[in-house]
Design a protein around this ligand. Sequence first.
Ligand code: GLU
Length: 301
Amino acid sequence: MIRTRALLVALVVLACSTGCGKSGSPPVKGPQPEDLPVYTVDTGFRLPDSRTWERARKRGHLVVGAKEDQPYMGEKDPASGLYSGFDIEIAKMMSASLGFDPKTIEFKTIASANRETALQNGQIDYYVGTYTINDNRKKQVGFAGPYYMAGQSLLVRKDEKDINGPDDLAGKKVCSAAGSTPYQRLQKEFPEAVLVAYDTYSVCVDNLLTYQVDAVSTDDSILLGYAAKVPDELKVVGKPFSQEPYGIGVPRSDNALRFALDDALEAQEKNGNWKKAYEATLGLSGEPAPTPPAIDRYPAS
Ligand code: GLU
């Protein structure tokens, strides 16, 4: 991780000496605090039917699982320890709706492969980190949302000519995160690709920049952030080849919390906070704010 950051910083400096600030090049800056919405804390909110909420109330704040190395989505500033990005904003607006000041959230970094366990053993109250809703995962955890629709894509070096889509991956070394849906899809649908798995995508990017692998595959929302950091070195190619609806992970049995988060999402989409948060974070990638996907309030089971 430290190696990746050092490498990325070095490359950003390198890129900036030649092209930073040129019109048309993606911004390398992160979200600007003054552009972010201010979330009103619902101080009268109560949720006695939720064990998770009651536990947080006694503790005095929420503990939220997230990613720390995904620019635009969930990124931790190594100097301040503060997290930023679209997922982090979703976590904060949910906190405000649940009656907890977002400033008090304790974020915990949890890798893709460890999310279900973290929710099952009570390490976190909820999880917001590019987490795709699917039936398999629904057997282990609950999902509020979806709050965003991503799609699997490919990141390659800028000078790569042979890889333009998933059908070009035969015999190529492709890196993704263990326990992720993109990894599983490559394994199943593109078996001729030579798969390499790490805990995080930033390690994959490190491997791409140092010619250990030929491509990194995961959601476009994540890859666009890495490409924007070093636009002279990396590019996202082809069209997204899956649908990845992002949900807020909750303990499976806590239907009260799940429905409260569904309500909160709906309200924050209506009052404009969702769009404002998107524009200040993931929107920096150049994609205008989409209409958020319809919330799937599936019945308690
Ligand atoms: N959305 C995909 C997943 O949940 C990939 C991103 C990630 O690993 O967080 O598996």
